[in-house]
Design a protein around this ligand. Structure first.
Ligand code: NAD
Length: 482
């Protein structure tokens, strides 16, 4: 079985073949729950990355020429395989990322849903035809695959961030090179086997784990055969890649960092708001770009919301991801845990009160307690930077106007959450908030059928929905007289 740690292919997947890195380099993958080495994988060189581009380029014309129905059916088979093997994929994700099994199973299904959605979209690539206003000719618009796409993905959702890109690219008729995060290459390699089993021809998908990301990605972006970059990761790295992509004017989709406000008005159903806060904060252990990062609660209910939320957070069982009872696993690495600890210390130093948690767990593994802070100063670092951990800072607000200004006072604009029983207010606030997505009375918005993406420095382009497919298609206008 190619989806289990012991039997998984751990080399590079290029042109339908498994092979070691050109210089024989390999790197270790760690279990963040134990800090032990799980195994090693091939470490792609610049030469390997360019070989992958060449393989994708060579496979391009034949893949673009396949019938949409054939591409749809391959994607559908990949969906079915991922559902069938969701437990093996979940185990791999838990091992290399640390997330608990329930989260990992949820991600396997979520990842599969992108394949099902884009299997359905593959046969819905439309065009347009109209008469020119002058009446002289017809305006015909075709949509054609853009060409070779390079994907750079993060460690927090190792399966879903891959299928959210591979699904639409393959549906559109593009071929791809996937460079997964160095923390989580195993899921990406298992994904290569899955697509191979689903019948994806050699060269259509290539997977090149590497510790030398910056050199490998820069070289691929300099290669004129690459026509598309889709990146999910931090805004900091996104900016660097946008600049590199500018050289060859490569079309970019960027899913970057977030700083989601979670707003609770005094008229909200507080039980429901707390349940929703638990999801918005704790999905994926807080390591999610859509995670609620700042809790703004209207003054009359702030103390009560804080008390109930802290009580719910204190109930969360920390543990090793593979243990069935565990609800919160470790953070992905020491750096992430140290940053979380630093943000909490800074908030406390500046007057915030700890309602629960506030400590890293001693011993092996990068665990941090579920934490709620109240009375956080409105200019605190923790409200401005992405926390990426199980920590919820609460600040108080007094008016709708004030909270909209607070919510928009950030360079980010991925998602926002609004809780109120007043529908008119919910819609008013949703319209004025500067983010690509808004959740009203709910703590999760992600759905393969919805356009996922950010405003401002949270991103460019959309993934999912029909929009996600359009990112991989070029328009061609043909002026025709008949
Ligand atoms: P990261 O930016 O450090 O890394 C993302 C990817 O880029 C990894 O594959 C990494 O190896 C690669 N990379 C890093 N430096 C590079 C360079 N100089 N050149 C080329 N590639 C490079 O992000 P991360 O820590 O893996 O992930 C966390 C970040 O991702 C958070 O900011 C989070 O908000 C964001 N994220 C966004 C979304 C979204 O859809 N908007 C989804 C998930 C995660």
């Amino acid at each position: 079985m190619n989806y289990e740690l012991s039997t998984l292919h751990k080399d590079l997947y290029i042109g339908g073949k498994w092979r070691p890195a050109a210089d024989g380099g390999r790197f270790d993958v760690l279990d963040p729950g134990t800090e032990e080495v799980l195994g090693d994988v091939a470490d792609a060189t610049v030469e390997d990355a360019l070989d992958a581009v060449a393989a994708a380029h060579a496979a391009g014309p034949a893949w673009a020429a396949t019938a949409p129905r054939e591409r749809a059916e391959i994607l559908r088979r990949a969906y079915e395989l991922l559902i069938r093997h969701k437990d093996e994929f979940a185990r791999l994700m838990t091992l290399e990322n640390g997330k608990v099994l329930a989260e990992a199973r949820g991600e396997a299904v979520y990842a599969a849903e992108f394949l099902r959605w884009f299997a359905e979209e593959a046969v819905r690539i439309g065009g347009e035809i109209s008469t020119a206003p002058s009446g002289a000719n017809r305006i015909m618009v075709l949509r054609q695959p853009i060409g070779v796409a390079v994907f750079v993905t993060p460690w927090n959702f190792p399966a879903a961030m891959a299928t959210r890109k591979i699904g639409p690219a393959l549906a559109a008729g593009c071929t791809v090179v996937l460079k997964p995060a160095k923390e989580t290459p195993l899921t990406a390699l298992a994904m290569a086997s899955l697509f191979e089993e689903a019948g994806v021809p050699p060269g259509v998908i290539n997977v090149v784990p590497t510790r030398r990301s910056s050199a490998a990605v820069a070289a691929m972006l300099r290669d004129p055969r690459v026509r598309k970059l889709s990146f999910t990761g931090s805004t900091e790295v996104g900016r660097v890649l946008l600049a590199q992509a500018a050289e060859n004017v490569v079309k970019c989709s960027m899913e970057l960092g977030g700083n989601a406000p979670f707003i609770v008005f005094a008229d909200a159903d507080l039980d429901q708001a707390v349940a929703s806060a638990m999801v918005a904060k704790m999905r994926n252990g807080g390591e999610s770009c859509t995670a609620a990062n700042r809790f703004y609660v209207e003054r009359p209910v702030a103390a009560e919301f804080g008390r109930r939320f802290a009580a719910a957070m204190a109930q969360v069982r920390i543990g090793y991801g593979l243990d069935e009872g565990a609800q919160l696993g470790p953070l992905v690495n020491a750096a992430t845990r140290n940053k979380v600890a630093e943000l909490v210390a800074d908030a406390v130093q500046n007057g915030a009160e700890l309602l629960t948690g506030g400590k890293a767990r001693p011993g092996r593994g990068f665990y941090y307690e579920p934490t709620v802070l109240s009375g956080v100063a409105k200019d605190a670092r923790i409200l401005r930077e992405e926390i990426f951990g199980p920590v919820a800072p609460i600040a108080v607000f007094d008016s709708e106007e004030e909270v909209i200004a607070l919510a928009n006072d950030t360079v980010f604009g991925l998602v926002s959450f609004v809780h109120t029983r007043d529908l008119a207010r919910a819609m008013r606030v949703a319209e004025r908030i500067e983010s690509g997505m808004v959740g009203i009375n709910r703590g999760v918005v992600s759905d393969p059928a919805a356009p996922f993406g950010g405003w401002k420095q949270s991103g460019v382009g959309r993934e999912g929905a029909h929009d996600g497919l359009l990112e991989y298609l070029e328009s061609k206008y043909i002026a025709v007289s008949w």
